[in-house]
Write a protein that binds this ligand. Structure first.
Ligand code: PAF
Length: 293
């Protein structure tokens, strides 16, 4: 039997300190800095699952302290989206984080992050163009704005984001470069259920029937990647996968596309690194996923 050991902080089992203001967050981080210690930040919207916890573990592999932010960011939701119903589970989130020895949880309210009168937003382009933006035009500006605020508030040495949201990770890397925020951005590998479904807080929306259908997405994506790797025609592999997913019970394909893995532009030369990215609707749940080709 393989024994799996987790990378954890020194205070496993102790409830993390919860702070709700930027001033308190800075007091803790400044004290660590003065002691010569390093800080990793894991920004989240809560409803934590094994995918988030793996990012916390990555934080402890790279820094002395891990700060997890829990904030359901209103500016990345359109009015018709699930901001009101997004799962809010702070109590169980904090218990899970205590299990890894997480030092600090930053859980501000909306007024702390967006004080009355705040109007500045981060405008994004480059890797933000296309894919998610075609369907959620507001999304990356909201993400980039809140991530910039979180990074400025906490000033961590590194910040860790899941590769599950691959385009988001590329947008954050670009934003940090462009705004010259002194932080290293680290991508954490997607964590999957035993049947391949990428872990996501929104999987909680799936009905039992939809939960059975959902892993077909990554199965079809793996088939496309294998075909392309073997020199097969990408366009027909993608068309076949879309048809198979709709036949399996998916309701709509927002996109299923192969892009340059770094720039997310349409592929243009042979030998460039490629990524297959997808977003599909299954009932009222929008599943997104991506894999290397
Ligand atoms: O990926 C998420 O959970 C969110 O988009 C993030 C990065 C925490 C910003 O609100």
């Amino acid at each position: 039997m393989i024994e799996v050991t987790r990378s954890v902080g020194s205070e496993v089992g102790r409830r993390p300190v919860i702070v709700r203001t930027v001033a308190e967050l800075r007091t803790h981080v400044d004290a660590w800095r003065r002691a010569g210690e390093t800080v990793a930040m894991v920004p989240t919207m809560g409803a934590l699952h094994e995918g988030h916890l793996s990012l916390v573990e990555e934080g402890f592999r790279r820094a002395t302290h891990v700060v997890v932010s829990i904030f359901v960011n209103p500016t990345q939701f359109a009015p018709h989206e699930d901001f009101q119903t997004y799962p809010r589970t702070e109590g169980t989130d904090v218990e899970k984080l205590a299990g890894l020895g997480t030092d600090l949880v930053f859980a501000p309210n909306a007024l702390e992050m967006y004080p009355l009168g705040s109007v500045t937003r981060v405008e994004v382009a480059g890797p933000a163009l296309g894919l998610e933006t075609d369907f959620r035009p507001h999304f990356f500006s909201g993400v980039a704005t809140v991530v910039a605020k979180l990074l400025v508030a906490c000033a961590p040495d590194i910040a860790i984001f899941g590769e599950k949201d691959y385009q988001q990770l590329a947008v954050v890397r670009q934003m940090v470069r462009d705004l010259m925020i002194p932080v290293e951005i680290v991508g954490g590998a997607t964590v999957r259920e035993a049947d391949g479904l990428a872990m996501s807080s929104r999987n909680a929306y799936l009905s039992p029937r939809e939960r059975v259908i959902a892993p077909r997405l990554v199965a079809e994506m793996r088939r496309v990647a294998e075909t392309v790797r073997a020199g097969g025609d990408a366009a027909s592999a993608l068309a076949t996968a879309k048809a198979a997913l709709l036949a399996a019970g998916f309701d709509r394909v927002d996109y299923l596309e192969i892009r340059n893995a770094v720039t997310l532009a349409a592929p243009s030369e042979t030998g460039e690194p490629l990524r297959l990215l997808a977003a599909l609707w299954l009932g009222r749940t929008r599943l997104i996923d991506n894999i290397a080709v």
